[in-house]
Each structure stands twice: as C-alpha cells, then as structure tokens.
Ligand binder design. Structure first.
Ligand code: GCW
Length: 721
C-alpha cells in the first residue's frame, strides 16, 4: 500500500513537472538536464531517459576522490537522475553500463586501452565506450582530476543534446591556458556596464555567508571549462587589497576551488600610496616594490592558488607607471616580480588612449605597446581588446595581434552588451567572437587571432570576457544573454569552434532538442548581431552612442571635453561626406596592419563594405559595389537592421508552441523593446545624417517619425550600468 502511494505521488509530481506549472525562469541556465515541457518533446525525453538509463546505470568513482572529483560525481549524479528518473549507484568496481571516471593513477588498466590520453593533456578528457574487466562501460578518462571534471560536464552535455552515448568517442583539451571572466563589479555591488542586477558578490555578508549562488556560478563556469575569474572591476579601488576584503576574497576562492576556478583581483596601481606605506607608487621605488611583494605574500597566505593581478593603468584616468615617467613594462614587470615566487601572473591591459595624444584614438594602443615587444616578464600577459576602439558592434581586429611576437597577448571581449543594446536586445555574440578569432592578421599569412593567442608551448595563453552576470533570477538579464556567456566559455576552450555549432548546443540544452526548433532559434540568433550592427552603426561606423551610459543614439554629440569622446570625432560627417579617414591620406591607422591588409583596407574599393567608413571618408554620392551611393547604402542598411528585428519577432512568434510560456513571453517582450529601439536608432541616425548631408530620403523609404531636434532632446537619465 505504502509503495503504491509513493508511486502515485511520484507520478503526480512528474505530471506536474510535465505541464506548464513548472516555473521556467531561466535560473538553471544550460544545466537543466531536462527538456522544457511541451507535448511535442515527449519522444526525445523518452529517448534521453532510455539512453541515460543504459549508459549510466552506475558511476564508478576513484576510491580516494578529491573534492574536485566529488564535484564531478555530484554533477553526474544530479544530471543522470534528472535525465533518467533514476539515481545511479556510486560504486568503485565497474559494472555493465557504468560510467567510469578514471585516471591512469586511479585505474592502471586504462593504460592498456590505447586511449589518446596524451592528446587530452593536463586538463582535457577522453569519452569513449570500452570493455573493462569484461564489463561494457563508458569511460570518462583523463590525466588528472581537472580532466575528470570537464569530462563529466562534457558527457552530460552530450547526453543533454541527444548524442548517441553508445557511440561516444571524444577527446578534447583546451587550446588556451586561461579561460577567464572579468567582473566589472564594484565593492558597493553596482556593476559597471552590468545590466543584470547587483553584483553576485555579496561583499557585506562575506566572508561568513557563502551564497549558494557561488556554487551554481562555479558549476556553470566549470561546465564550459572556464578556470579563472577576476572578482572586481578594472577601475579598481585599493580597498580590495586590505585584510578584511582579502578575507572575503579567500572565502569566495574556497567555494570556487573544487570547480577548478582560480581567483584573480584587479589591482589599483596606486595602492601602495592609497593604503599608506609609500609616498607614491613609482614602480622603481624600493618602497613600492617591497610593498607589492609583501602584499603578494599576504594574499598567497590567504589564497594559496591565487591567480594574480589584472591591471588597468594610465587608462581613462586610472593611475599607472606613467604618472612617474615609467613605462608599462616597468609597471607590469614590477608586479610580475612580486607574484613570480608564487607562480602568479600579471595581466596588463593594452586599453589605453589619452586626451593629451592628438593622434587617432584607434592608433594609440599600438603606438604605445608595439615598441615594448619582448620587454615584458614571462609571467605577464598583455590583454588586448578585440578591436582598437572599444567593444563596438563591429570593429576590425586590433592591430596589436600579430605585431608583438615576443609578447604573450591575450584577447579581451565583452560578454555584457554595453554597446549592443544592454540586456534587452537579442544579440548573440558568437559571430562577433568568431569574426575576431578567425581574422587573418597576415603576420604571417594564415596567423589568425586565434592562433596568435593560442601561442606556443610553455607560454601562458588567455581569453578573457567581461561578463554579464548579476543577481537577476536568470543571471544575465535575459534568457538569450546566457548564450553569450555560454559561447564565450566554449570558444575560450576551443577558439576554432563555430558560433553556429555553439548556438545549437546551447539551444538544445536550454530550449529544445527538436531539429526544427533548433534550426529556427539558431537562425534567429545567428543573424542577430548583424541586425544590431545595421540599426546602430552600419558600414563601419562606430561609437555613435549617447554620452556616458551609451544607451541609445547620439551621433550629434560634439561638445564633450575630450575630442575622442564625441561621436562626431568618429563619423566626421559633413555636407560632403562621412567616415574616418584612416588610410594613408588620413591617420594611416591602416598602416598598423600587415602590408597585405594595409593595402586592401587602405583602398576604399577593396575595403569590405562592413568596414568602409571605419577606414575611409567618402563623398555621400560615391557609388558603391552595391550600385547605391554611400548615402543610399547607409539608409538601406539602417532599414535592413530594423527589418531584421521585425523578422526576428515573427520567427519568435512562430516558436510559441515550442517554448514554455514564461520564457516565450519574456523574450517576446524584449523583442518588442528591441524593435522600438531599433526604429529609434534608425530614425535618429538618418535624421541627423540627413541634416548634415542635405540629401533627400531615397524613394520608397519609410519616412522618419521625428525631427532631428526632437531626437536630440531625448534624455535617458536613468539608463542602467
Ligand atoms: O568601454 C569602456 C567602458 C568603461 C570601461 C572601459 C575599460 C571599466 O565604457 O566602462 O571601464 O571601457 O575597458 O576599461
């Protein structure tokens, strides 16, 4: 009787889960281990259940499992239970149908199976079916515990997206050593350029309260192979380096450690002065050197696996070695020396430009850093943004890539959408990451940005992403913003992955495994970044955003103190034409690229239209390869951007039967905002450029809804971030 009652209750519970009563608020990210409830998916759910039941009947775990291996086992147990409806037994001896986690040390028999463990390296894994002591099992094999962690998540991913588990044969190793998140989180829990609520680091409650959010954060990152996180904003306060704050940092580090994530801090260069102890922060001053050395020792005493410092120096008003007439090398190498005994690294940002430098802002980082090639200490990585200006919807790759062969360069991208519509616009950044990673620097030909950051044996390597995480229930402000965190992590593990493949994986884990649904959502995502480019900054335009918060259009802004803060500086539109002349007749920024590219991009006729006005100032009436004039093409692209959003809304509407009500409604509402704002961008920019160009709107084009004065009058006083 009792058993019957139990069975009845669990059936009822299952039934509840299978209806829309199940709350779908995105909190579980891509680690759902179940498909969203929808009738159409009963079949794939049944398949998964059957597969997982046969392939993960039990978990075979090394006898003396470390905390990291325990994390892997817990996750497998959670995932297998959720997918199969049955909790697997955890055993130490292989049985038929078991999932076996093993390293050559834990299970010497592995050595006899001819597994490609050498290719798995220190962090990678092999997933493969095998016969072990006469038992048919699936191996999650690795050379160490980290590989077991990543391999477990990879197996769960394969199971979630419906790969045939019986045929599983994967070997994978990360191509970059550091796969790192940068939080621009402040001590007061505000997040610079954050659009997903307060910072997840609850500093006031730390170190005592270790929120369970930290664990879920760690799981999500570990599932992608992210192995490092910088907890605080690059616009850093020195306070973070004081004892009480380091205790908070140590508590977070302890939670993240079993998930393979090492903690870094942004260090304020003037800390020795700010916190008292030295008169200044001159990197050659013995007091300063001793201060940092003692500080490093103190940090490592609290956080033995501390990763190191990220530094924004002499950039946008932050202090740096330049304040004392010293170079970036002096500053970075001084910190590197303090960290070196602990095997820590310095990540020194190349994002510099100065109000006292009258040269093209796009040239300044290269001018300052390229001559320093070869002078940085071996434990310094120079972190370079994807483009030379600042995370615009589209920029050509940064000319420093390929230009500093004797320096370790890391790539910095923005996952948060400071310039791509904040949290509300649907803009999948996979294609943006792919575009920069695959860009050929021609130093030498075929040397892509990916291959340059992957570097070569023995040297550290890095891809960092300014993350979009906050306290919002769905972590990132919208369901689709989760895909950008996901894509960053997957592409930092393997920079050669395609944005489309990554999107499909994410969709299958987040929404549905049905090919028709995956196709439809992938199509919508893959076109979304180009839509933003078109309705905000088409044809290579950039930095047309309103002042400060960067929310909405401000192409008319020309009154800010620093010239390079004004959109008019970037588009240079006047009665005759538009665009920034960066060819040989202009700033010659194009000369910072390899000769092949300098030649191609130095001539408007061979410059791709996507970068045209980045490199060239052209007459409004110049005729382009499309048959349209510059003016007509500009209007055409703004229109195309709006039209794409209209289509995205239709595509999403058609998916209503396939997506649970809550997440469907939320995305639909965001898309409505996006369409309204895309029209705002289109109308305001065309109105302004028309007021400058004096050209009539091309025939048949939708008229503008307001005058340029009316657009200029719009104030966005409380924009977030
Ligand atoms: O894009 C600019 C942002 C600043 C940011 C800076 C940087 C953290 O608008 O908010 O400061 O880049 O990357 O340092």
């Amino acid at each position: 009787m009792k058993t019957m009652l139990k069975a009845l209750i669990s059936m009822l519970l299952l039934a509840c889960k299978a209806t829309s009563a199940w709350a779908e608020d995105g909190h579980e990210l891509w680690l759902r281990y179940r498909e969203a409830p929808a009738q159409a998916r009963a079949q794939t759910r049944a398949q998964t259940r059957a597969q997982v039941r046969t392939q993960a009947r039990a978990l075979v775990v090394p006898a003396d499992a470390s905390p990291m291996v325990k994390v892997a086992v817990d996750e497998l147990r959670r995932g297998v239970t959720q997918m199969s409806g049955r909790e697997p037994a955890v055993v130490t001896v292989p049985v038929d149908g078991a999932l076996v986690l093993a390293t050559p040390a834990s299970l010497p028999a592995l050595n006899t199976l001819g597994l490609p463990l050498a290719a798995a390296g220190a962090e990678g894994y092999v997933l493969r079916s095998a016969t072990l002591a006469g038992r048919h099992v699936t191996l999650i094999a690795a050379n160490g515990e980290r590989g077991l962690l990543y391999g477990s998540f990879a197996w769960l991913r394969a199971a979630s997206i419906g790969v045939d588990l019986a045929q599983l044969d994967q070997v994978s190793a990360p191509k970059l050593q550091w796969r790192m998140l940068n939080h621009w989180d402040n001590a007061d829990r505000s997040v610079e350029r954050g659009y997903a609520g307060l910072s997840i680091w609850d500093w006031p409650a730390l170190p005592e309260v270790r929120s369970t959010r930290y664990v879920d954060y760690a799981r999500a990152n570990a599932s992608l192979g992210i192995n490092a996180t910088v907890l605080n904003n690059v616009n850093a306060k020195a306070q973070m380096l004081t004892g009480p704050w380091l205790a908070k940092v140590a508590a977070v580090a302890e939670v993240l450690r079993p998930y393979g994530i090492r903690v870094f801090l942004s260090a304020r260069f003037s800390a020795p002065k700010d916190l008292g102890g030295c008169a200044g922060a001159d990197p050659l001053d013995p007091c300063v050197r001793a201060w940092w050395k003692a500080k490093a020792d103190e940090i490592y005493a609290r956080v033995p696996d501390f990763g190191g410092f990220l530094v924004k120096a002499n950039s946008e008003g932050e202090p740096g070695p330049g304040d004392y007439g010293r170079s970036h090398v002096d500053g970075a190498n001084m910190l590197a020396a303090a960290l070196q005994p602990h095997h820590g690294i310095v990540i020194w940002r190349a994002f510099v430009y100065s109000e006292t430098d009258a040269s093209d802002r796009a040239k300044q980082a290269y001018s300052e850093f390229a001559p320093l090639d070869g002078a940085f200490a071996p434990n310094v990585i120079v972190q370079v943004k994807n483009g030379a200006i600042d995370f615009q919807p589209r920029e050509p790759f940064h000319p420093l890539f390929g230009a500093m062969p004797r320096t370790v360069l890391g790539l910095e991208v923005q996952i948060t959408k400071e310039y791509l519509g904040f949290a509300s616009h649907l803009a999948y950044l996979g294609p943006l990451f792919e575009e920069v990673l695959r860009a050929d620097t021609y130093r030498p030909a075929g040397a892509t940005v990916a291959s340059i950051i992957e570097g070569q044996g023995g040297r550290p390597s890095l891809m960092a992403g300014v993350v979009n995480i906050g306290m919002d229930r769905n972590w990132t402000g919208s369901e689709f913003n989760q895909a950008n965190w996901y894509a960053f992590g997957r592409m930092a593990w393997d920079p050669e992955l395609s944005a489309d493949a990554v999107a499909r994986e994410w969709i299958a884990q987040t929404f549905s495994r049905e090919p028709r649904v995956i196709d439809a959502i992938a199509r919508l995502m893959m076109g979304s970044r180009e839509a933003v480019v078109n309705y905000m900054t088409p044809l290579g335009l950039h930095h047309l955003m309103a002042t400060g918060h960067h929310y909405g259009p401000g192409p008319w802004v020309s009154d800010l103190a620093r010239p390079e803060w004004n959109p008019t500086y970037y588009h240079k539109a006047d009665a005759n034409g538009i665009g920034f002349p960066r060819d040989a007749t202009g700033s010659n920024a194009v000369g910072q690229y390899a000769p092949e590219l300098a030649r191609r991009w130095g001539d408007a006729r061979t410059t791709p239209l996507e970068l045209l006005l980045w490199f060239h100032h052209l007459s409004w009436d110049e005729r382009l390869s499309t048959g349209r004039t510059v003016w007509e093409e500009l209007v055409h692209r703004y229109d195309a951007g709006v039209q794409s959003v209209v289509e995205m809304r239709q595509q999403w509407e058609a998916l209503r039967p396939d997506v649970d009500a809550q997440r469907h409604a939320e995305t639909a509402a965001f898309l409505a905002i996006q369409e309204r704002e895309a029209r705002w961008w289109r109308d305001a920019c065309i109105a302004y450029f028309q007021s400058v160009s004096g050209r009539p709107l091309p025939a048949g084009v939708v008229p503008l809804s307001k005058t340029v004065e009316q657009y200029r009058a719009i104030q966005s006083s409380f924009a977030p971030g």
